[in-house]
Design a protein around this ligand. Structure first.
Ligand code: ADP
Ligand code: MG
Length: 728
C-alpha cells in the first residue's frame, strides 16, 4: 500500500477548521501595521511629515537629517508594535519578494546594547545582489547592487520585522527589480495624462494610474500537497487522471465556502487589514477548491506592492491552516486555471476617473479621449502587451484550450461601439457649429454615466472595458502585476504624448479650435485601431482565423511571445520614455527566457522521475499480483485457465504496453533535454525546451493516467485528482 498517500489522506480527514475570532471591527484593524499617513502624523515632526508627503506627491528628495528623524520615529513605532528587526523589502526578478533581516539591536560597548535604526539604513541597504537574477548586467563576482527606499509605498510590519519597500538597482544604475521601471512608467503616464487632462480642466496637476487586481488561487490540504512530488517541485500536477466529477455541475461556484476555507479566508483578511491591503471580495471560483480574493483598487504602485505582499501572506497564513496555496496558473488539467485580472484606470488629483463617463458632454469628451487613446495604445502595442504576461505557467491558459486566447483584443460593448461608429464620420477639418452642437448633444452627450454593457460583459475578451475601467484579464495568477502595469502605462504614456502633439499641431498650424482638433484626431484613431476591437467569442476558432487576417499576433508560447520585448520598437518606446535602456530591456528578456527554460526543465525532470520511479514500479507490482493470480488459476484449471484468466491477461499486456511507452517517452525526453542543454544561445535553448522537450509531457502523462485506471487503488502512490480537489 502506498503509505504516503494514505497517510496524507488520513491526516486530511482528521483536520478541523482553525477557530478564528474576530473581536475587533475590521475598520479598526485597517492599517495598524502600516507606517501610513495617519501614523506619520502622530510620530513625525511637521517638517519630516511634510518632507515625506512632498516626496510622495512630487517625487522630491528627502535630505539626510530628515531621514534620520524619520528612521528614528519609524523604529519607535515598530518597536511599540513588537518588531525586533528591519528589512528592505523588494521585488527582484525572481518573481518572489525578497528580504534581508537586520536586528535593531546594536552593542555600544561596556556590555550595553541599544535599539538603533539610522537614516542611512532606512534609505539604502546592500543585499547580496549576486544571488538575484540580473541578466548579465553585472558579473556575479562584483555582486554590487543596492536597495533604496521608495517613500510612495509605506513601510509595514510583517511578523516581527519592519519592512521598507525599496527599489533594487545595480551600482551602475540599471534596474534589477520590477518596481523601478514601474515607477518610471507611472511617472511617464502621469506627465502625459496630466498634459492631456489639462485640455479639459486646468486644475489637474497629477494623474495616478489605478489598479484593482483579482487574485485567483487553489487551496488544497498541505499533507495532500506534500504527497505529490510534482506539486512540491513544479507547483502543479504533471499527471493524474481526471476525477469523475470535476467542475461540470458548476456547483462549486455557487456553493457555500467550505468551513476550513472560510477560517483561512478570515485569518488572511485580518492579516490584510493590519497590513492596509483593502481586501473586500471573496468567493468560490469555477473549479473545485478554487477561490478568489479582490481588494478595493489603489494607486498602481501601492496596489502592485500589496499584491506581492498578499501572495506572500497567503502562503504564511495557509501554513497555520494546514493548507497549501497553489498560485500556479494551471495546477490541474481539465479544470479551470487561475488568472489575475488587472482592473486599470487613470484618476486625476481632482477626483475624476478619466475612464468613467460623466454627466456633461465636456466630461464625456474627456472620457472618450482617454478611452480611445487606450484602444489605440493597445492596438499599436498588442504584441508587447502579450509579452508582458508571458510565462511557462501562463502558457497553459493563453493559447491553450483555455481562455483568454493568446491574441490580444479589446472589447468595448455595443453602446460604445455605436458612439465610436458615429465619431468615425465626423467631418474632416474644422467642424461647423451645427455639427458640433449635434455631436455634443446626440453623440457625446448621450453616453450614459452607467453603461448597460457593464453588466453584459464579454468574459472571453483579454482586455475588456467594464464601465469605468479596463480589465486586463490575461494576466496570470502567479504574475507580479508590475510587469503588465509597466507595459500598459508605458504604452499609454507614449500614446498620450503623441495625441497631445497631434492636437496641438492642428490647433497651431490649422487654426482649429481645441474641440475640433480633438475630434479630428480621435476620428483618425478610431479608424486606425479597428483591428484590435473584437466583440465576439474570443475562444472560438473563427476568431483565430479572423485575427490572423487582421494581422494580429497570436504568440502561443513564451519564447515566441517574449521576442516582442526586445524588438526595436519596444526598446525605442522604453528609451524614449526613460523607463529602461537597451541593456535593461535585454537583461530582462534574458532572465525571463532562462526562467522559462528552467521551469520546463524542472517539470521534465520531475515528470521523468515520477513516471519511472513511482508509476512504473507500481504498475509492475500490480502486474506481478496479476501474474501470480494467473499462475494460480492455471494450477486449478490446467489448460483451460485461459478462459478464467482472460481479463487478467488483457490487463497484464496492457500494463506492459503502457510501461513500454512511458519508458520510451522518458528516454526520448531525456535525449531531447541533452540536445537542448548543448545549445549555446539561451533563446535557442528555450525554443528547444518548448518545441522539443515539452511535447513529450502529454504522451508520458497519457500512459501514466491510463495506468492509474488499471492499477489497484490501494497500490497507487500518487494522491488522486478526486482526493486533491474534493478533500478538505
Ligand atoms: P467584478 O469584476 O467582480 O464585477 P468590479 O467590477 O466592481 O467587480 O471590480 C473588480 C475590481 O476592479 C475590483 O478589484 C475593483 O477594486 C477594481 N476597480 C474598480 N474601479 C476601478 C478603477 N477605477 N481603477 C482600477 N480598478 C478598479
Ligand atoms: Mg473581473
Amino acid at each position: 500500500m502506498s503509505t504516503l498517500r494514505f497517510h496524507a489522506l488520513r491526516e486530511t480527514l482528521n483536520r478541523k477548521p482553525v477557530i478564528i475570532e474576530e473581536k475587533v471591527r475590521r475598520s479598526e484593524l485597517f492599517g495598524q501595521h502600516v507606517f501610513n499617513e495617519n501614523t506619520m502624523r502622530q510620530y513625525l515632526t511637521k517638517e519630516a511629515y511634510n518632507s515625506v508627503m512632498d516626496a510622495i506627491d512630487n517625487g522630491s528628495k528627502i535630505n539626510r537629517s530628515i531621514a534620520n528623524q524619520i528612521s528614528a520615529s519609524m523604529k519607535d513605532w515598530a518597536i511599540s508594535k513588537g518588531a525586533t528587526h528591519y528589512t528592505h523589502w523588494f521585488q527582484p526578478l525572481t518573481g518572489a519578494t525578497a528580504e534581508k533581516h537586520d536586528a535593531f539591536f546594536e552593542t555600544i560597548g561596556g556590555g550595553n546594547a541599544i535599539e538603533k535604526f539610522g537614516g542611512g539604513e532606512l534609505v539604502q541597504q546592500e543585499p547580496d545582489a549576486s544571488s538575484f537574477p540580473n541578466g548579465g548586467i553585472r558579473n556575479t563576482f562584483e555582486a554590487r547592487g543596492y536597495t533604496a527606499w521608495d517613500p510612495t509605498s509605506p513601510a509595514f510590519i510583517l511578523g516581527t520585522t519592519l519592512c521598507i519597500p525599496t527599489v533594487f538597482v545595480a551600482y551602475t544604475g540599471e534596474a534589477l527589480d520590477y518596481k523601478t521601471p514601474l515607477l518610471r512608467a507611472l511617472q511617464s503616464v502621469d506627465q502625459a495624462a496630466t498634459a492631456v487632462a489639462k485640455y479639459f480642466d486646468k486644475n489637474v496637476t497629477k494623474v495616478n494610474a489605478t489598479l484593482g487586481w483579482e487574485q485567483e488561487y487553489f487551496l488544497i490540504d498541505s499533507a495532500l500537497a506534500k504527497s505529490r512530488p510534482d506539486i512540491i517541485q513544479a507547483g502543479r500536477t504533471l499527471l493524474g487522471h481526471a476525477a469523475a466529477k470535476g467542475q461540470q455541475l458548476d456547483d462549486h461556484y455557487f456553493g457555500s465556502i467550505p468551513s476550513r476555507v472560510i477560517s483561512y479566508m478570515r485569518d488572511l483578511e485580518t492579516q490584510c487589514m493590519l497590513l492596509g491591503i483593502p481586501v473586500k471580495t471573496r468567493h468560490n471560483e469555477v473549479a473545485p477548491n478554487q477561490f478568489e480574493l479582490a481588494p478595493i483598487f489603489e494607486e498602481a504602485n501601492l496596489a502592485v506592492d500589496h499584491n506581492s505582499l498578499l501572495m506572500d501572506v497567503m502562503e504564511r497564513v495557509a501554513d497555520r491552516h494546514n493548507f497549501k496555496v497553489l498560485l500556479h496558473e494551471k495546477p490541474f488539467a481539465g479544470v479551470n486555471g487561475s488568472g489575475k485580472h488587472n482592473n486599470w484606470s487613470l484618476s486625476t488629483n481632482t477626483g475624476v476617473n478619466l475612464l468613467s463617463p460623466g454627466k456633461t458632454p465636456m466630461r464625456n469628451l474627456e472620457f472618450l479621449t482617454f478611452f480611445i487613446n487606450t484602444i489605440k495604445a493597445v492596438n499599436d502595442n498588442e504584441e508587447l502587451l502579450r509579452a508582458a504576461i508571458a510565462s511557462a505557467s501562463n502558457d497553459h491558459r493563453l493559447g491553450a484550450n483555455e481562455a483568454p486566447p493568446a491574441i490580444v483584443s479589446v472589447f468595448i460593448g455595443s453602446q460604445l461601439t455605436e458612439v465610436l461608429d458615429a465619431l468615425e464620420n465626423v467631418t474632416k477639418g474644422k467642424i461647423s457649429p451645427k455639427e458640433m452642437t449635434d455631436l455634443k448633444l446626440n453623440v457625446v452627450g448621450k453616453i450614459p454615466e452607467i453603461l448597460l454593457d457593464n453588466t453584459d460583459r464579454n468574459r472571453t475578451s483579454p482586455f475588456a472595458f467594464t464601465g469605468n475601467k479596463f480589465e486586463f484579464r490575461a494576466v496570470g495568477s502567479t504574475a507580479n502585476c508590475a510587469n503588465p502595469m509597466t507595459v500598459l502605462n508605458a504604452i499609454m504614456a507614449k500614446q498620450l504624448q503623441e495625441f497631445k502633439i497631434e492636437v496641438d499641431q492642428l490647433i497651431k498650424e490649422k487654426g482649429m479650435k481645441k474641440d475640433d482638433a480633438i475630434f479630428n484626431v480621435l476620428r483618425e484613431y478610431i479608424k486606425a485601431s479597428k483591428n484590435i476591437r473584437f466583440e465576439g467569442n474570443g475562444y472560438g476558432e473563427e476568431w483565430e482565423k479572423e485575427a490572423k487576417k487582421r494581422g494580429l499576433s497570436n504568440n502561443k508560447t513564451t519564447p515566441e511571445a517574449l521576442k516582442a520585448k526586445v524588438s526595436k520598437k519596444a526598446i525605442d518606446l522604453y528609451e524614449s520614455l526613460g523607463i529602461m535602456n537597451k541593456v535593461e530591456v535585454e537583461a530582462r528578456h534574458e532572465i525571463e527566457i532562462e526562467e522559462y527554460t528552467m521551469r520546463i526543465q524542472i517539470e521534465s525532470r520531475t515528470l521523468g522521475d515520477i513516471a519511472r520511479n513511482h508509476i512504473v514500479p507500481t504498475a509492475i507490482k500490480y502486474q506481478n499480483i496479476l501474474i501470480e493470480n494467473v499462475r494460480g488459476l492455471k494450477e486449478i484449471y490446467g489448460n483451460n485457465f485461459q478462459k478464467v484468466a482472460k481479463e487478467q491477461l488483457i490487463i497484464i499486456e496492457s500494463i506492459s504496453s503502457h510501461i513500454e511507452k512511458i519508458n520510451k517517452g522518458v528516454s526520448d525526453m531525456i535525449e531531447a533535454r541533452k540536445k537542448a542543454n548543448k545549445l549555446n544561445s539561451i533563446e535557442k535553448k528555450a525554443f528547444s525546451y518548448c518545441d522539443k522537450v515539452k511535447p513529450y509531457f502529454e504522451d508520458i502523462r497519457y500512459h501514466c493516467d491510463k495506468l492509474e485506471l488499471l492499477v489497484d487503488d490501494e497500490l497507487w502512490p500518487l494522491t488522486k485528482y478526486r482526493e486533491l480537489l474534493f478533500t478538505r
